[in-house]
Design a protein around this ligand. Structure first.
Ligand code: FAD
Length: 433
């Protein structure tokens, strides 16, 4: 049996701890109409449905499995107002001054937007807005990553702070790092609870949300689109495809060749003793450092350290990760000893060749985004109103990001096979000063 098939995916910590979601069910057989049809119940689709419904549109959302079944229910829950690799200057260089700066502003404000939305809708998701921290693992990374990243965000008005080694040690509880930077608007959430809360908010605003309703295809029908499930069809003038790394070719041919999938593993420790808990990330920041083979962690409300990592080969992943990440934690936080892990799970990321997110106008009335590149909690939520505006007829020039045409990763099959091996290169680079 395929160890990654949806039916055998390991249980996540979040499924065990998230507040229940709203009651939803499959779309019954029949013919339906909507102004805006959204495909996918992750942050992007749910935030789009919420925004479109709040603007008065008649919205339907179809989800193949359950709310938060994709990346939105399996991620680390770090709310991060920046991209993984592409810094603001690179975004502007790639997208042009106007659209590039607008996209940078959207990313800069994305964490604040997410926490404001959580508060406005009273979403019960253990939201902690105590900041997001990026420590640098070598002195060279302080000079080459922390400094320019901090300066570029500061120039764009982000409330960022540059940190020396002592400040990082105080915020992390570890002397492992050499400096870094922090954005206080970031933080962490229970990611599945956020998705479920967004679904509740969207439904409260009038959106019809149907789970267990995989879209099997869509075709043009007059001036609308007919979107088909196995038993039903929905006519809609506007379609937002929010399937991201869980998208399948059958929704829009070629969409899944515009990015490469990468698997990320997550792990939750057993609750730590209170004294150890208080000595690590004492102010409850979320943290992801400068390693290419990323070191990242945050706490949940029960004092579990939620961390994880990546692997080149997937076999025997649970035992290998427990060993590998256990050793890493003991190195970085010696006070933790060798923690027991209660949960190990995984999910897929959509990676683009230029490290940038892309919003594609696929055809008249059809829009999508791909390329979270590992940072899609805040961005996915913040994209909702933008995609809703686009779906409801905003002119491309009025959108705070460029609309691009669907591209294709060259030699996609080979690129997808090679992608996990890039981790070896990242690990080698991580060793350089
Ligand atoms: C393990 C992991 C850790 C991560 N950690 C972080 C983090 O800490 N911080 C951060 O910012 N980002 C993180 N990310 C990235 C972030 O989780 C994603 O970018 C974000 O959740 C994407 O949301 P989305 O709504 O665009 O897509 P998804 O949440 O993936 O939703 C897509 C949905 O589409 C549905 N779907 C697919 N095909 C169909 C179909 N044919 N019909 C109907 N529905 C369909 C899927 O079932 C799924 O529910 C992580 C991702 C993973 C996988």
């Amino acid at each position: 049996m395929n160890q990654f098939a949806a039916s055998v995916r390991p249980a996540t910590l979040w499924a065990a701890t998230a507040a229940a979601g709203p009651a939803t069910g499959a779309l019954p057989a029949g013919e339906y109409h909507a102004d805006v049809l959204v495909i996918g119940a992750g942050y992007t689709g749910l935030s789009t449905a919420l925004a479109a419904a709040e603007r008065g549109a008649d919205v339907m959302l179809l989800e193949a499995a359950e709310i938060g079944s994709g990346g939105s229910g399996s991620n680390n829950g770090q709310v991060i107002p920046c991209l993984t690799r592409a810094d603001p200057d690179a975004v502007v260089a790639a997208c042009g001054a106007d659209k590039g700066e607008a996209l940078v502003a959207l990313i800069r404000d994305s964490a604040q937007f997410t926490f404001d939305l959580i508060r406005r809708h009273g979403i019960d998701c253990d939201a902690v807005q105590n900041g997001w921290l990026q420590p640098a693992h070598t002195p060279g990374r302080v000079a080459r990553i922390s400094m320019p990243r901090f300066q570029q965000w500061q120039r764009r008005g982000a409330p960022v702070e540059l940190l020396d080694a002592d400040q990082v040690a105080e915020l992390t509880g570890s002397r492992y790092w050499h400096g870094g930077w922090r954005n206080p608007t970031g933080g962490h959430v229970n990611p599945l609870a956020l998705a479920r809360g967004l679904a509740r908010a969207a439904m409260g605003a009038g959106a019809r949300v149907h789970t267990r309703s995989p879209v099997a295809g869509m075709e043009r029908a007059g001036d609308a689109w007919r979107v088909r499930t196995e038993a039903a069809s929905v006519m809609a003038r506007h379609v937002v495809i929010a399937t991201n790394a869980y998208g399948m070719n059958r929704v829009w041919p070629g969409l899944d060749r515009s990015w490469v999938p990468r698997r990320s593993y997550q792990m939750a420790s057993a609750p730590l003793p209170e004294a150890v808990r208080r000595s690590i990330l004492p102010t409850d920041n979320a943290m992801s450092d400068t390693h290419g083979d990323l070191y990242f962690c945050r706490f949940d409300r029960h004092g579990r350290l939620i961390t994880g990592g990546a692997l080149i080969l997937d076999h025997d992943f649970e035992a290998r990760l427990k060993r590998r990440i256990g050793e890493r934690l003991a190195l970085v936080f010696p006070q933790i000893g060798r923690p027991a892990f209660d949960y190990v799970w995984h999910g897929l990321l959509s990676m683009t060749m230029d490290d940038l997110p892309h919003v594609h106008a696929l055809a008249e009335g059809v829009i999508t985004w791909v390329g979270c590149n590992g940072r899609g909690v805040a961005l996915g939520v913040a994209l909702g109103p933008v995609l809703a505006d686009a779906a409801l007829g905003a002119a491309p020039r009025d959108l705070p990001l460029p609309l691009t045409r669907l591209g294709r990763v060259p030699a996609h099959l080979i690129a997808a096979r090679v992608a996990p091996w890039m981790l070896a290169l990242s690990r080698w680079r991580d060793l350089q000063p």
